[in-house]
Ligand binder design. Sequence first.
Ligand code: BTN
Length: 325
Amino acid sequence: MNTGTAILEAFYQAAGQFVRADDLGRQLNQPVTAVNTEIAELEKLGYTIEAHPHLGYRLLGTPNRLTADDIKARLKTKLIGSEILVFEETASTNDVVEHLAKSGAREGLVVFAESQTRGRGRRGRTWTSPRGKGLWFSVLLRPTLPPSAASRITVAASVAVARAIRQNCGVDARIKWPNDVTVNGKKLAGILTELRAEADEILLAILGIGVDVNCQREDFPSELESVATSVELEAESAQDRVALAAQVLAALDECYRTALTDFEAIADEWAKLSTTLGRHIVVTMGQRRIEGFAQALDSDGALLLRRDSGQIERILGGDVVVERA
Ligand code: BTN
């Protein structure tokens, strides 16, 4: 662990109390001068730190800036976040992860960007990623699953994002099949899972997640204004993006591992949060349009749709409109 992460971790453990510089030095196995230098670096990044001649340092405020050190300082995960990178700007974080995966990056790598110039959504759509307003990130996964069960990953991610927002932001986040996290029918997060697979195994999965955290109405393209929202708009207060990033990664770590070993547990939580299940829905997939009753998820994470004829269709992807309860 580097010095920045360790000092921030000590501050978070102290929960607003003073931490003595010599104690920090001992914990880090570094001289007090190195601690002082790192404190000055953190102040340059925008952290507000009070220094007291006898009591040491205490953290009073954090900047609205994602850093790998800060996310790591708040994270205790087994797999997700084994390496974290933060870029000021990228085309798409999914592309950065794909590139790093080709050079052998390990499962659990997470790449964030403060803004994306070519963020993409499902079905070739553009994903608007305004600077400093959201969480735009991608995770490298190497699941031992057949490609037919890839939907489990998207389902697990949607549960993780909804769970983290519900628990930490006081917002009633729900899930609309297949990958939208919504509040009061408006979307505040989306998930784009991209696969590299052979006939019977997934080689790697790139899980791209976009969460509109502190976006304002004017940040959304005009055509999305009536269907998009943000955590800040729903909670009526600006959110700490670093804290939420760590909470989403922690939930993802848990949900992903559970999805591989006990998918039923994830499917149960998904069912409780779903706005799709138990409804009569219309799914469009390109030119194809299928109507039916959204009955359940199967063990691969596909949606089972009961048509009026009684026939069951397995749905993977598509756009959903809820017709009636
Ligand atoms: C959707 O709802 O259509 C999926 C949106 C996924 C957006 C995220 S932002 C981080 C990652 N990089 C991208 O280019 N897309 C995903």
